[in-house]
Each structure stands twice: as C-alpha cells, then as structure tokens.
Design a protein around this ligand. Structure first.
Ligand SMILES: Nc1nc2c(ncn2[C@@H]2O[C@H](COP(=O)(O)OP(=O)(O)OP(=O)(O)O)[C@@H](O)[C@H]2O)c(=O)[nH]1
Ligand SMILES: [Mg+2]
Length: 381
C-alpha cells in the first residue's frame, strides 16, 4: 500500500505547505498523504481548497484532519503527531513518514533517502542536516545535554537531531510508538524528545540520513519565539528522570559532507535583540529561584545585562542543568522565566566565546560538550 506521509501544520505559508504535499503525493513510494492541522485557520482552509486538485493530478489520496486532543500537556505539535500516528495504525500503509510542513528545501530526495534506508531494515530513519553554529540551540543546550546526563551509557545522546520532525518509521515501530503512553501524553513541543526516547527505550534500530541541502524553514528572529520550546523540551527531559535505558541499539549514521558557506556563515538568531531580553533586576521570587542554582549563577545573572555572559561556561551549565533537573517546578511562572533566561545567557556565552571563532571549531566543541557530559555522568567502574 505504500507509505503514509504526514505533515503536521499550524499557521504556515500555504504555498510552502502545498508544494510539499504535492511532492509527497507525486512520490512513487507514497500511497497516501495526511495533513494534520492544529485548528481551522487560513492555512487549513487553503489546504482544504487545494486538495481535490492535487488528488486528481496525482491519483494519491490526500486527507486533511484537525488534530485530536490526545495528550495531557499544552495542545500543540504533539497532538498533531499523535493524530498522525493513530491514523497510520488504522491505515493499510507500510511505513510512516513525518515532515515539518514549513520546509522550503523539501524535495523528493527526503522521502527517497528515508525509503532506501528503511529498505535495509531499520525501524527508524531520521534525517539530519547541516545547521549554522548558532542554530539548534535547544538541541545543543537542552535536549542532548539532558540525554547525556540522564543516560550516559545509552546511544540516545548520540542522535544528531533528536528534536527533528523529519523521520520515517516501519509499520511495527510506528505501532510501538503509537502505543507508548509517554508519547501519547506529550501533546506539546516535547513530542520529538519523547519519540526519540521511546525508540531507544524499545531497542529500535536507527539510521540517520544526511540531507546536504539543509532544512530551510521559517526561522525565529528573537530567541523569545522559542521560549515555549525551551520550557517544554526541558520539562519533557526532566520527566524522564528515573527511567533506565539498558538496551544497546543499532545506530548508523551517514557521514556528513562539506557544509556550504551559506550555512556556515549564517547566524541563527539576532544577538543584539536577544541581549535586550536580559533584565537588570529580578523579582524577589525569581531571586529565590536563582538562589537554588549553583552559587556563581545569581551573581552572574545580576550583571549579565551589561554583556558579561561568559561566566555561564560549559562546566557551570552542567551543574546548573543538574540543579534544574532536581528543583525545576513545571508550570511555575518564575521557574519558567529563570530557566529561559539562564538558557539565553548560556547561548549568548557560547556564541561570543566559541561560535564566533568559526563553524568547524564550534561544531567540534558542541559535540565535545555532549561527550564530556556523558563522561561526567558515567557511573564509576
Ligand atoms: N498540527 C500541529 N502542527 C504544529 C503545531 N505547532 C507547530 N506545528 C507544526 O510543526 C512543524 C514544526 O514547527 P516549527 O514552528 O516550524 O518548529 P521548528 O522548525 O521545530 O522550530 P523553529 O526552529 O522555531 O522554526 C511545522 O510544520 C508547524 O506548522 C500544532 O500545535 N499542531
Ligand atoms: Mg520550522
């Protein structure tokens, strides 16, 4: 019956979404396409209107649904992906692909590469791609450090882009993930974290395929746009405390190629605008929260607005992370604000002290950090 391709979407440029739907519907391996909208807004209506034309041209069934309320967290992308997982389980398709709907560099090679790798028998195929040294700061500062600290002897923290929304699953793997209550609960931005975790927990074999053209998509300007993402991705990690990962998995990675200057030279966010987010003063409650973090943090955060951000180096971030795992209170406004602000300062510190020196050294440093965090957390043998 071919593969099912699912595009979860919220408010995106309709022309971008529809181009991607057409590419999927035209692909020889694809038997069905599903678009999962978050609510009935302009993008949804544009997709609705365009579907009959796409179906008559390609002969591939294309469906559009609103996401179901499945999880217990904020209703977000997680409900969208879980709606796609359920739809797949009830379908007669052989494989399930997910792609973000806002990718402007999407073409048929994304699907073909995943299919070719899945043909080798992998349970999960994940796409990864080059990103500028200041892009992916939730992955590099929140998700992979968390995986490294909590599960130092697992492959989990070695997955390049564990927050990536581009992946393919075998029928069996999709069934397992669709039935995992931890995944079903995660209706917010934490969904990608939980899908990556679930795959490793269930011993799935993982292949990572490299997309040299990169993922061009709608970029955030100020870092505030990803405040929710930081908070929800951290909470998803914190909730994994206490789990044990003791299964070795097969994990193969297609080597990366040379990275084009258009990516190495790109800045992931607006440094000056982001600096202005750091407040000169904090509320009493926020100071209480800061006081529960390692001692240098309070003093550092009080003068960070002057541009002195270097105190939040790799080593202190590790200790801050440990404290956050213990103390952070999900849903508490002051904890959310402090988490976001220490993450902002950590990103600024890394940008000035590491990323500005060049792409290659920055990427080596970021991978090195994950490795060093694993070593620090590994049980003494
Ligand atoms: N169904 C559904 N889709 C969503 C929701 N939120 C986001 N999406 C889609 O999920 C995909 C990824 O969201 P983006 O906002 O592009 O997030 P991102 O690319 O991971 O992060 P940025 O780097 O901030 O762009 C896009 O296709 C969104 O339209 C939601 O609540 N429901
Ligand atoms: Mg995007």
């Amino acid at each position: 019956m071919g593969s099912l391709v699912v595009f979860p979407f919220k408010t995106e440029r309709p022309d971008v979404v529809l181009k991607n739907v057409r590419i999927a519907a035209h692909h020889e391996s694809v038997g069905r396409v599903l678009c999962v909208g978050s609510h009935q807004e302009t993008t949804y209506r544009a997709v609705e209107e365009a579907i009959p034309g796409i179906v008559s041209k390609t002969g591939t069934p294309v469906d559009l649904v609103l996401q179901d309320r499945i999880g217990t967290k904020r209703a977000g992308k997680g409900d969208g992906m879980n709606t796609g997982l359920r739809y797949f389980v009830d379908s007669d398709c052989d494989r399930l692909h997910f792609y973000d709907a806002d990718i402007t560099s999407f073409d048929d090679t994304w699907i073909t590469k995943a299919e070719t790798s899945a043909d080798l028998g992998y349970d999960m195929v994940r796409h990864y791609f080059p990103r500028s040294a200041t892009d992916g700061m939730v992955t590099w500062m929140i998700t992979r450090p968390g995986f490294a600290i909590l599960f130092p002897d697992s492959e989990l923290s070695c997955i390049h882009q564990p927050l990536g929304g581009e992946l393919a699953l075998s029928r069996e793997a999709a069934g397992t993930i669709a039935g995992d209550s931890n995944v079903l609960r995660q209706s917010d931005w934490g969904i990608d974290t939980l899908i990556s975790f679930s795959a490793v927990q269930h011993g799935m074999s993982i292949s990572e395929v490299y997309m040299p053209q990169g993922k061009l998509h709608k970029l955030y300007g100020q870092l505030t746009d990803i405040r929710r993402m930081v908070i929800e991705c951290f909470s998803a990690i914190q909730a994994l405390r206490g789990h044990v990962l003791d299964r070795r998995i097969t994990h193969d990675v297609e080597p990366a190629e040379g990275v084009p200057a258009s990516i190495t030279g790109k800045t992931g966010y607006d440094f000056a605008a982001t600096m202005t987010l750091i407040p000169k003063t904090f509320t009493f409650r926020q100071l209480d929260v800061l006081a529960t973090l390692p001692a240098p943090v309070m003093e550092g955060m009080l003068s960070a607005h002057t541009g002195k951000v270097s105190f939040l180096n790799e080593s202190l971030w590790h200790d801050v992370y440990l404290a956050l795992l213990e103390e952070y209170i999900e849903g508490d406004d002051d904890w959310e604000e402090v988490l976001f602000l220490v993450w902002v300062v950590r990103v600024l510190a890394y940008t000035t002290d590491v990323a500005d020196a060049g792409y290659d050294s920055a990427l080596r440093y970021l991978e090195g950090t994950i490795h060093r965090y694993r070593e620090r957390s590994a049980p003494d043998t």
